[in-house]
Design a protein around this ligand. Structure first.
Ligand code: SF4
Length: 393
């Protein structure tokens, strides 16, 4: 049995290729794929890639272990919750699997059989971890709650610290990236975790994401994070237009973004904000106000992406209903290419605005001056390249 991650949409053809390689090598291998993309495109995936035998939908851990039991017992997969399988010339979507109630019940990843240093970026000893699942919010560009449910579930601080210590003691990891959608959802858990990190965190640095409304409601959290070793906070600001924030059901106010950034900076955290350009319903003025807003907020870094309706999101359903999707090639779902034909916003103009957004943000004199003071020449080089490219176009 070979499991392949079908998490991201643009890499799905690589998944197909891998499945082919496996089957060519051993036609009797059971090829199983799981992840966000295949969860929502299960039948299409089976149709497009005959070498894939089973799609695991949603949370995969329990489903995969039950699948293995069935393989060992030489039973078929009919009725196995959380899977979609082939059935004659058609497909059988078995019922959904229940969400894992207590995430502490899951064992840690099998780091001992993973060559972890291969995955360290540029020789830095950084490892990713996920400590919670589920999201009660309804952002229309996100499929998270359709994969992991609307109820937030968090691992206990003790369980998280144990894994952090394992990574530190056995693999000399010096920094952890918490990839949770909502690391800061439960403020009591954050407080408890931060207290434990101060006592037992071995000086490990870390980063996490939060929502602007949570940080605005709990500005005290920023100093907990900072004191416990957190150095960078990621926040999805998405748009500089309140009308658009409401339209994508983000559930935040512009004033909350402003106050979240302010308190994070005051606490000494680096702030990274992400913004989306080319959202359905946006006018040109909305897009321009997003770029202005990013510059005014002056975070340490800003990430701009082009609105991309991924399968499983309410926005994908809306794009399909309105026939906005101009491209059927999944490799183009990269957030760097406009793939929707939206009324009032040409794809060419949106692409120009993406370039303009990076150019404007990273060539501001205040930003460049900050990098010079910090002796951060890498960023300075990127900004310089951006100016050269700008003149070439
Ligand atoms: S973007 Fe974040 S807050 Fe919004 S639905 Fe997705 S996970 Fe939840």
């Amino acid at each position: 049995m070979v499991g392949i991650s079908g998490q991201t949409t643009p890499s799905i053809y690589d998944v197909y290729h891998t499945a082919k390689v496996v089957k060519n090598h051993n036609p009797y291998a059971l090829v199983v794929v799981g992840g966000a993309h295949v969860t929502f495109q299960d039948e299409q995936v089976l149709q497009e890639c005959p070498e894939i035998d089973v799609v695991v939908r949603g949370e995969g851990e329990v489903t995969m272990s039950k699948l293995l039991e069935r393989v060992e017992e030489r039973r078929n997969h009919v009725g196995l919750p959380g899977t979609t399988i082939r059935s004659g010339s058609s497909y059988l979507r078995n019922p959904d699997s229940p969400y894992i109630a207590n995430l502490d019940d899951l064992p840690f990843p099998a780091y001992d059989i993973l060559n972890l240093p291969c995955y360290f970026p540029k020789g830095k000893r950084i490892a990713p971890m996920i400590t919670s699942r589920g999201c009660p919010y309804q952002c229309t560009f996100c499929s998270s709650s359709r994969i992991t449910g609307k109820r937030w579930r968090g691992r206990s601080p003790e369980n998280v610290i144990e894994e952090v210590q394992l990574l530190h003691d056995r693999y000399n990891v010096r920094d952890v990236t918490f990839l949770d959608d909502l690391f800061t959802f439960d403020t009591r858990r954050v407080e408890h975790f931060c207290e434990r990190m101060i006592q037992e965190g071995d000086g490990i640095g870390w980063t996490c994401s939060s929502r602007a409304d949570i940080m605005a409601r709990h500005p005290e959290m920023t100093s907990w994070l900072k004191n416990a070793g957190c150095h960078t906070l990621y926040i999805g600001a998405e748009s500089g237009s309140q009308r658009i924030l409401n339209r994508i059901k983000k559930g935040i106010k512009l004033s909350q973004v402003i106050s979240a950034v302010k308190s994070a900076k005051q606490a000494g955290l680096e702030v990274v904000l992400s913004f989306i350009l080319g959202i359905p319903g946006e006018t040109r003025e909305d897009v321009l106000s997003t770029i202005d807003f990013a510059c005014k907020l002056d975070p340490d870094l800003a990430q701009f992406t082009i609105c991309t309706p991924y399968p499983g999101t309410p926005m994908y359903d809306e794009a399909m209903e309105n026939r906005w999707l101009s491209i059927a090639d999944w490799t183009k779902f990269t957030v760097l290419e406009p793939i929707m034909n939206l009324p009032g916003l040409s794809r060419r103009w949106i692409k120009q605005q993406l370039r303009r957004a990076y150019y404007r943000f990273y060539t501001r004199p205040s930003f460049i001056w900050k990098q010079i003071k910090m002796k951060n020449l890498d960023i300075f080089r990127v900004a310089f390249r951006s100016i050269i490219n700008r003149f070439r176009k």
